[in-house]
Ligand binder design. Sequence first.
Ligand code: ZN
Ligand code: ZN
Length: 409
Amino acid sequence: MSVPKKALLVICDGLGDRPCKELTNKTPLEAAKKPNLNALAKDGACGIMSPLGAGIRAGSDTAHLSIFGYNIKKYYLGRGPLEALGLKMQLQQGDIAFRANLATVDKKGVIIDRRAGRIDNSEPFAELLNGMEIKGIKFIIKAGTAHRLALVMRGKGLSPNISDSDPHKEGIKPLEIKPLDDSKEAAFTAKVLNEFLAKAHKILAGHKLNKERKKQGLMEANFVLTRGAGVFKRIPSFEERFRMKACCIAGAGLYKGIARFIGMDVLDVEGATGKANTNINAKISKAIEALGEYDFVFVHIKGCDVFGHDGDAKGKKEFIERIDSALKPLLKLKDVLVIITADHSTPCCMKDHSGDAVPVLLKGPSVRADDVNEFTERTCAKGYYRFNSGIELMNEILNLMNKAELVGS
Ligand code: ZN
Ligand code: ZN
């Protein structure tokens, strides 16, 4: 029996679900027509996985890290650094990074829109604030899509242990940033960031860009809301740890950020949007092409999670059918370990992530095929595998590729 030299991991974000009333108590995956997923399941071995442990509700960031073999207790630094890396910001050891929004506050300072009317280009606003320095701390800002920004604080004596200014609702004032521990670093960081946000408001509120927006009847982008503070540090790369050259094919910034964080190359694919309109076929053909150069290819497909958050069971089922037809070329792959799974469940009835286990399938020459021939949450639970963490799945991938280290002698 040959051993697969290459691995292709497809993560369908938020794929797992619960029985949906509008699908006669089937899950979207059960209701979907999926001949290719079923054929892969038939040839391979199936199971279920709880990326952070049974019943734990996982975020996408933590679940992905765990599936890539990184213990989140040691390696999860918060969402901010991952988002900043997703925007190709060059982070330095000790930088504090945040997710941020351009928002609209009224004359009394009350938030009337958390997304500044979903402003379509935040770049000129980010440029106004980029490079500001307060008490020796440099503020670096980069625009993301729409109202989104990434904010980085660089300098000495900083701490990520501070609260958010984003209250996650409208009709109240932005929250004052507070230190979350007794250290002088947290107190200093909170103080400097509060000062920055006040200065930023002053600069933005009177600026001609906003006068222009007002003239056009648009919401002014006059406040920066921050959240998800995290400190950046360099960690051992995927290649250093597992001796596999790895790449990532994804549309959404967070997943590119996670990939860059662990040293994967991020490949660009036209039409990969990180949304439901993404070009799944283009991503899969790019992935197959990338297997020539890379040992480990990771493809991220976001759509199922979006439909789950919207509570749209039919939309999720149809999106799964689109994934299935795009996966057809995987049936022909030889000497490649194919892994298909999800990072967490996003049940439509919950419109949020749940702690329900996700289905997983592994197909390749070294896999002990089991009797499961349909890829669903419930049929996979009868299969060969039960992974209690993403790390266990990564261990099995290494094992099936004859790359696992011997424990003991
Ligand atoms: Zn996710
Ligand atoms: Zn989600």
